[in-house]
Design a protein around this ligand. Structure first.
Ligand code: EPU
Length: 432
């Protein structure tokens, strides 16, 4: 149990081996919307975000904005979040709030740019590996910020005259650092260039949201992002619809294949999932586009083993590695899965082995010998994607599985059990 998890005693019960069939709609992207909420700090007018999923991480981010003096109204049913940061009155984000979700650290750039100073807690522990912030720190200093890390907090202020645009080069294409720096640069004087920026669709979506509010950002979605600084007076209200969650879509696609089903996944942008889809086709999956934003998923029998290496976007996403591992446990032959982004994202391996999987781990490489069957068992997920992976394994296993760790699942999946149930899974969520 880490500081960034919300305790729940719920568990999910699955009676496996029921093929998933039907149609499911994917929600707005967690990793985009969280950054758009943070970016609203820059905007001294009301903004409206649409397609916002009711996730624990979204609620925690709203709590942080409230603590800063913003007004937020979340209509969960309509999935509309109204944010008004015209009333911002504080630049202090305490440990109790920031430690509940690591993504919240991206408030540092916008608070600093808007208020001229910021005191933001360091985010705290993480189950999947060290999550460093050196690139955030180095980049903000290059823009002229004074930064000190002391007693678990980053204390920062902007010198007289404000932040000044600069050419920045990231040692690695970190998502969080790209986002923090891009947001800080919106109100810097002159041109900021971020070289070796993360290219993920969520970065492009953040830039689109900021541009919709009057920022001047070009190149997001490529390795070179240019931000022409504007003034607070140039920023205005906007209504923006968040892009679909590619990781949720990938999770459902994998779940359909793991159960040998046939289903349509709606509200998906296939080009955001090229690495996954081409790998699945290589393994024998049948993926048929239906219009621009739906995919029909099925397979002709047992899938073949494969080799996968997680890399930065557009490579195979680390956030689908545990779900993919669940699928690979039952494929034909020997698969190799290399985790290159996080040093400790294999916590699900032991649990999968308890369900009958044959997996050997050597450092960051897992070798999987496909087995004929998995058997249901009580298992516990220790991070968000690991829990999703174990639920997929439960769907593909003979008998009953009990999956715990739903505090992690609730951070990032909207009504996961309900959506699976609507596809025909024999699944229910119960309170212990
Ligand atoms: N890193 C550094 N220095 C830095 C920043 C990052 O060395 O200053 C390293 C980290 O230690 C880590 C790697 O770079 O090993 C990835 O970090 P990145 O900054 O790209 O990740 P993030 O912004 O913290 C986002 C997603 C993660 C996703 C990663 C990689 C959000 C809220 N989180 O995290 O999503 O795994 O990018 O794609 O956007 C998830 O949704 O389950 C999740 C963990």
């Amino acid at each position: 149990m880490t500081a960034n998890s919300i305790e729940t005693k719920d568990k999910i019960l699955i009676n496996g081996l029921k093929p998933l069939n039907g149609q499911v709609r994917i929600s707005g992207a967690k990793n985009a919307v969280l950054k758009q909420i943070a970016a609203s700090i820059l905007i001294p007018h009301p903004v409206i975000l649409k397609d916002v999923p009711a996730l624990q991480d979204v609620y925690r981010m709203i709590d942080i904005l409230h603590a800063l003096g913003a007004k937020c109204e979340f209509d969960e049913k309509q999935e509309i979040l109204k944010i008004n940061c015209s009333t911002l009155s504080s630049s202090y984000a305490p440990f109790e709030l920031v430690s509940k979700l690591r993504a919240s650290f991206v408030i540092l750039g916008p608070i600093l740019a808007r208020c001229g100073n910021a005191k933001v807690s360091l985010p705290g522990g993480c189950q999947i590996g060290t999550r460093r912030i050196d690139l955030h720190e180095k980049g903000l200093k290059s823009l002229g910020a004074h930064l000190e890390i002391t007693h678990g907090y980053v204390e920062a202020h902007v010198p007289e005259g404000g932040l000044v645009g600069k050419e920045l080069h990231l040692d690695i294409p970190s998502n969080g650092a790209t986002e923090n720096l891009m947001m800080a640069a919106v109100l810097a004087k002159g041109l900021t260039i971020i070289e070796n920026a993360a290219k993920d669709p969520e970065i492009e979506d953040l830039a689109n949201f900021l541009n919709c509010c009057g920022a001047k950002i070009t190149g997001a979605g490529s390795h070179r992002i240019e931000i022409e600084g504007v003034t607070l007076n140039d920023l205005h209200s906007c209504e923006y619809t968040t892009l679909p969650d590619r990781i949720e879509a990938g999770t459902f696609i994998i779940a359909v294949l793991a159960t040998g089903g046939k289903a349509i996944i709606d509200n998906v942008i296939p080009k955001h999932l090229t690495a996954l889809l081409s790998k699945l086709e290589e393994m024998g999956a049948v993926i048929t586009p239906i219009g621009d934003k739906s995919l029909e998923i099925s397979s002709n029998g047992r899938l073949k083993a494969t080799e996968i290496s997680t890399v930065w976007y557009p490579g195979f996403p680390t956030d689908l590695q545990p779900q993919m591992m669940a699928l690979l446990t039952k494929t034909d032959g020997v698969s190799i899965l290399k985790e290159n982004i996080y040093e400790d994202r294999f916590s699900h391996v032991e649990e999968l082995v308890r369900m009958g999987a044959d997996i050997q781990v050597n450092n960051h490489i897992a070798i999987l010998k496909g087995v004929d069957k998995l058997t249901g068992a009580p298992v516990t997920g220790s991070d968000l994607r690991a829990t999703a992976g174990l639920i997929i394994a439960g769907l593909a296993a003979d008998g009953i599985s009990e999956v715990r760790g739903l505090n992690h699942l609730d951070r990032g999946y909207n009504s996961f059990a309900d959506k699976l149930s609507s596809l025909g899974a024999d699944i229910k969520r119960i309170n212990d």
